[in-house]
Design a protein around this ligand. Sequence first.
Ligand code: HEC
Length: 135
Amino acid sequence: MNRLIMMAAFVLVAMGNASAADDKAKLMARGQQVYNEYCKTCHQANGQGLGAVYPPLAKSDYLKNTPMPQIIKEVVNGKSGKIKVNGKEYNGVMAPLPKKYNDQDIASVITYVYNSFGNSGPTVSVADVKKHKKK
Ligand code: HEC
């Protein structure tokens, strides 16, 4: 009987892990689409940024050191003013995200950026986006 319970618990835990990995794979796949369709114009194909205007996302210390709720707000609502990324100053304007992108798209693209270009960050859920996207 005990063994049965243990086996059942094991199966449940294994299933939980598989679905979390599955969710992340989906977020990453959709995130890459949104990135290539929208963010890439400014931040470039490998997140390396462009010149003095568009800061890099690749190994960005700003991305790493800024709390996730603020990153969500900035990507959704836009961001302007002076910032320093990897030792270089920027003072540009990032427009708000077009309304056609829904919360799933937002969770996807931020998860993608957090886990691409040499970055290793968290997975962003739709619930995180709903909670933090308002100004
Ligand atoms: C029209 C150009 C443009 C697009 C499109 C754009 N950004 Fe930005 N982004 C900028 C600029 C300019 C800044 C710097 C703003 C400042 O100087 O305060 C910035 C800053 C950032 C930062 C913080 C700084 C850093 O380098 O870590 C993040 C994170 C970011 N963008 C993510 C994204 C994501 C994700 C997308 C796509 C959903 C995106 N951006 C689309 C222009 C853009």
